[in-house]
Design a protein. Structure first.
Length: 144
């Protein structure tokens, strides 16, 4: 017999809004890893493995910069303008814009215009999962 417990999950919408949803742990697990039944590495043709490794390597290179990763930390919470990101990470506008351009080029963030401001948001749920994993692996536990 399989038992499922309900968990509250925060769903992040593309416009930066979020909503809470009650879903079973199984539903959450399946939504996070819909490809959990993925074939064993030894069963995948080498050409496909090479393409997968190349894509993952490019993804990790884009994440592998302190400033870009810090911006993604904040973008996991909600959409931000360049001005907000400058203030949050205490960096110059030119540096923030340069790193956001790289994130856009790598298709990790998207933009939307509101008046004269451009807001950035995560483009891919894999980005959120990777950033949350970094936080889980490297964030110090609160003292106590």
């Amino acid at each position: 017999m399989v038992t499922q417990t309900c968990v509250a999950e925060r769903i992040f919408m593309p416009d930066g809004q979020n909503r809470d949803s009650d879903r079973s742990e199984e539903e959450v697990r399946l939504s996070v890893r819909p490809d959990a039944a993925r074939a064993s590495t030894s069963d995948v043709p080498l050409e496909e493995l090479q393409a997968e490794a190349r894509e993952a390597s490019d993804f990790l290179k884009a994440l592998g910069h302190e400033g870009r990763l810090l911006m993604l930390y904040f973008l996991c919470e909600r959409d931000h303008s360049v001005t907000e990101l400058e203030r949050l990470i205490m960096s110059r506008q030119a540096a923030v814009s340069q790193q956001l351009a790289r994130l856009r080029h790598e298709k990790l963030v998207t933009t939307r215009r509101e008046g004269n401001q451009i807001f950035y948001s995560l483009a891919d749920e894999r980005v959120r999962e990777a950033v949350l994993l970094m936080q889980k692996l490297f964030r110090a536990a609160p003292p106590g």
